[in-house]
Design a binder for this molecule. Structure first.
Ligand code: C2E
Ligand code: CA
Ligand code: CA
Ligand code: CA
Length: 273
């Protein structure tokens, strides 16, 4: 403190202190929240590029805070990846999706495959695959109704381990999706090493539609994916011109606010009727 004025560090310390407190609060509450149903799942529809067919959905987790407000995953997933709780949260989301799918099938509906996010933390060992298989069995669901979304991470440098986990997931019959495709530095190496069914083109690419270089890259990625028999989903599609370009470029599926925001399960089910 100089001349009685707090220096810039004081503001930094204050912000850091607040964040630490907030994180400590979240860690104190996470177990009880999981038990009490304060985590819940929203489903964002995915449509065929022509917009006519509901072809899938992504499950996205939310946290109902003590004041009733909804906390977005960006506020808690990074913390839960550090403290490991994300493993249990992902399993909870997975089971919630299984329960929903079972209910819809029992009700005579024909749900499309639903995507569930898999934190990179899962890729440290293949042990979780058996748990996921057991849950699937408990709800007697065919595994191809579930798609698991993997993201590119530094751990993907451990190709041997990655092969093992991905191999187990494929043996179990799950469909695999490479999320946020193109944002990692090793996307092409991954494509070579990891057999996935679907790639999800990151929103940052969709945002580049309108620029010739951006469009050229998207066309090339779609062509490459198709030549490897993979499906392409574009995420974060908000504008009509983005949709038009993606449809012309041969993109298979579209996810984004242009068609729909994430929906509560009941609202999603209404689309199936
Ligand atoms: P993500 O996996 O890339 O999910 C897509 C995010 O983009 C979602 O944000 C979705 O609501 C948002 N989005 C969809 N369409 C649009 C659009 O047209 N415009 C814009 N601006 N955004 C759009 P959300 O639900 O806040 O999730 C953020 C991230 O949190 C996810 O990114 C994912 O990395 C993580 N996440 C969410 N649910 C889970 C989960 O159950 N497990 C794990 N491990 N991570 C999760
Ligand atoms: Ca995702
Ligand atoms: Ca994504
Ligand atoms: Ca993304």
């Amino acid at each position: 403190i100089k001349n009685g004025q707090p220096g810039p560090w004081a503001f930094y310390d204050e912000a850091l202190r607040r964040r630490r407190n907030r994180e400590r609060e979240m860690e104190d509450q996470m177990e009880a929240s999981l038990r009490d149903g304060d985590f819940f799942v929203m489903l964002q529809p995915e449509y065929s590029a022509c917009g006519e067919r509901l072809a899938g959905a992504e499950a996205l987790v939310r946290w109902r805070g003590p004041d009733g407000g909804v906390i977005p995953p960006a506020d808690f997933i990074p913390l839960f990846e550090r403290n490991g709780f994300v493993l249990r949260l992902d399993a909870f989301v997975f089971e919630s999706v299984c329960r929903l799918l079972r209910g819809w099938l029992d009700g005579g509906l024909a749900p499309p495959p639903v995507s569930v996010n898999l934190s990179p933390l899962h890729l440290h060992s293949a042990d979780f695959v058996r748990t996921y298989e057991e849950i699937l069995k408990r709800y007697s669901l065919p595994p191809d109704l579930i798609q698991l979304e993997l993201t590119e991470t530094a751990l993907f440098d451990n190709v041997a381990l990655l092969h093992q986990v991905v191999g187990r997931l494929r043996e179990a019959g799950f469909r695999l999706l490479m999320d946020d495709f193109g944002t990692g530095y090793s996307s092409l190496k991954l494509l070579k090493n990891v057999p996935v069914d679907v790639i999800k083109l990151d929103k940052s690419f969709v945002d580049d539609i309108g620029s010739p270089r951006g469009e050229s890259i998207i066309r090339t990625v779609i062509g490459l994916a198709h030549s490897l028999s993979m499906t392409v989903v574009a995420e974060g599609v908000e504008q009509k011109n983005q949709l038009d370009f993606l449809e012309t470029a041969g993109c298979d599926l579209i996810q984004g606010y242009y068609f729909s925001r994430p929906l509560a399960p009941a609202a999603f089910a209404a689309l199936l009727r």
